[in-house]
Ligand binder design. Structure first.
Ligand code: F6R
Length: 590
């Protein structure tokens, strides 16, 4: 996830601004840049970590009392120096840093190119300084030009702009991407997140969507989208630096769970790109998914979706077992690799073999990672960097990509429309955190857990169980509802917690009947189901959802409650959920 900083001081700005941008390193990034304004725009940028770039080009060696800086997490275009921010206008008088995704950048870029603008990068961001330049050339000042520019943007942004024509200010704006203002008597600041400015000030103003800001050394003017000034409260921050990095959350995992509604929105913005990729597929009559761990569970949901919606034979292969199944691949098989890191050794090895005979697609979170360089097609999940070892927001973004893929393959507009309702539904899951905490307290001493689901929700049972194992060290198993009576029922005894996934839909009766059998043997039932389902009124614990959360979309929503349940049991047991024992974020060994 990118991070931006803007700073106006009464002394040279470079040391402060670099110190500030370093505080955003935790967000994950692959390139860095700084721009200041004197009688011209001065820019220094490069690909790599701040220290590496600084060693090479001495970032601090740049004059000016007003500056902007950026750490980039690549989305559009590889992590190169050219794609690193800040980006400038043709006349080099305007410089911009941006966090977010501009969905209509291709159309705007074409329009600007036709008007004679030339571009130096592959980024969506670069259209912003060029649009501002266009409006300034029409006689508008920097503030008005920025407003006219953002009126043209579809997507999300937090941005900071400097300009040689008005060298005493920074203009900022936000929509669906965080931006805060820091105020002090020695200067004023803009940043993506609080840690960036804590060394300078603890007085913060939180900007809301569609607000625009003009930052001067002794003045901060916050305006609505029509440039009418608005009064904002200054909040005093009392977090310690570590807490600040986690956005005030106790752990990265919780922060990342809270980010899921936004991640879903960001990933949905990939819809047209996914449609374009789908149109390029050659003829195929079979699909194979290859993945590990949580990404394997996302693949299983893909299998259920493709088999039921597209009627194409599909199978899911664990990457570590791929060698036993590779011999049946052919040029009519589409092989889909799912990996958040793009660096999982088993997955890379399988991809290298599969691409020799079959068309390959990778669904990946990290731009420029090894898998993206091997696959024929790549779809990016827009989760941003995930720091907690247990996958949470990357899983939900994988699912959104898979649902979009299936919706485009089947030309199912109704499913696409339903996907746009998911962010709001997931907000409701997050609002339930306090209820889930109570359930977590109740079951924190359990030795075993079972997770039961059917159809699309069987993989959710597996993923719920995996999350619990990883961060609470409690033994947990996920089963398809109908499978219990073929063996595992022998393990059910008095008081054992069983999480039942019971959304409305065709698999309801089967799941309900099998859960009844478990209950009759003394299990403690924790049921996730519809708020209108009176048959679950008397279970031990209930987590209920809006009636429209049926079994087709339940995998996109129920999992958030299960992640929260695991998280709170982990915290109750005094385990650090961000760093579970024996596990690594990126598994680069076979
Ligand atoms: C579980 C988890 C792992 C990963 C697995 C694959 O929370 O994170 O199971 O899903 O190691 O990793 P990627 O997706 O990076 O290939």
């Amino acid at each position: 996830m990118c991070g931006i900083v803007g700073c106006i001081l009464n002394k040279e700005v470079a040391p402060t601004i670099i110190d500030s941008i370093k505080k955003l390193e935790y967000r994950g990034y692959d390139s860095v840049g700084i721009a200041t304004v004197t009688d011209k725009i001065n820019v220094k940028k490069g690909s790599g970590k701040i220290k590496e770039v600084d060693d090479e080009i001495h970032l601090e060696d740049i004059d000016g009392k007003i500056g902007i800086a950026h750490v980039r997490w690549a989305t559009h275009g590889n992590p190169t120096k050219e794609n690193a921010h800040p980006h400038c206008s043709c006349d080099n008088k305007i410089s911009v840093v941006h966090n977010g995704i501009i969905e209509n950048y291709k159309e705007l870029r074409l329009e600007l190119q036709q008007e004679g603008h030339t571009f130096k990068s592959e980024t969506d961001t670069e259209i912003i300084p060029h649009l501002i330049e266009k409006y300034m050339n029409e006689g508008n000042d920097l503030l008005k030009s920025t407003q006219l520019t953002i009126n043209r943007l579809i997507g999300s942004y937090a941005l900071a702009v400097i300009c040689t024509e008005e060298p005493d200010k920074i203009i900022g704006a936000r929509k669906e991407s965080p931006l805060i203002v820091g105020v002090s008597d020695h200067g004023n600041f803009l940043a993506s997140d609080v840690p960036a400015i804590l060394n300078e000030t603890r007085n913060v103003i939180y900007l809301e969507d569609n607000e625009i800001i003009q930052l001067e050394k002794d003045n901060v003017i916050i305006m609505d989208k029509d440039l009418n000034p608005i009064e904002k409260e200054i909040v005093e921050i009392d977090w310690d630096p570590e807490m600040a990095e986690k956005g005030g959350f106790d752990h990265f995992m919780l922060k990342e769970i809270y980010e899921e509604p936004q991640v879903i929105k960001d990933t949905l913005s990939e819809s047209s790109k996914i449609k374009e990729i789908v149109s390029k597929f050659k003829n195929f009559n079979r699909i194979c998914f290859v993945a590990c761990g949580t990404s394997y569970h996302a693949s299983l949901i893909g299998e259920y979706l493709i088999e039921t919606q597209l009627h194409i034979p599909t199978e899911v292969i664990l990457a570590s077992e791929f060698e036993y199944f590779q011999n049946t691949l052919d040029d009519h098989t589409l092989v889909i690799f799912i990996t958040q890191s793009g660096e999982t050794a088993d997955t890379i090895n399988a991809l290298k073999v599969a691409k020799q005979v079959s068309e390959t697609l990778a669904i990946v979170n990290v731009v420029g990672s090894s898998v993206t360089r091997e696959a024929h097609h790549v779809i990016y999940t827009r989760a941003g960097p995930e720091i907690g070892v247990a996958a949470t927001k990357t899983y939900i973004s994988q699912l959104i990509c898979i649902y979009l893929l299936v919706a485009h393959l089947s030309e199912n507009e109704e499913l696409i429309e339903r996907l746009y309702t998911i962010p709001e539904l997931t907000e409701e899951s997050i609002e339930r955190e306090e209820d889930i905490k109570i359930i977590a307290k109740k079951y924190k001493t359990a030795k075993d857990f079972f997770y039961i689901g059917s159809g699309f929700n069987y993989p959710t049972a597996l993923e719920g169980a995996l999350k619990l194992k990883e961060i609470t060290y409690i033994h947990a198993e996920g089963y398809p509802a109908g499978e219990l009576k073929h063996g595992p029922l022998a393990l059910i005894e008095d008081g054992i917690p069983v999480v039942g996934l019971l959304p409305p839909g065709p698999s309801y009766s089967k799941t309900f009947n099998n859960l009844q059998e478990i209950r009759a043997r003394g299990a403690h039932m924790i049921i996730l189901g519809s708020e209108e389902d009176t048959k679950i009124d008397d279970v031990h614990d209930k987590i209920v959802f809006n009636q429209i959360v049926d079994e087709l979309i339940a995998p996109l929503i129920y999992i958030i409650d299960l992640q929260l349940l695991s998280y709170h049991i982990s915290v109750e047991k005094d385990i650090d959920p961000d760093k579970p024992k024996n596990l690594a974020k990126s598994v680069t060994v076979v």
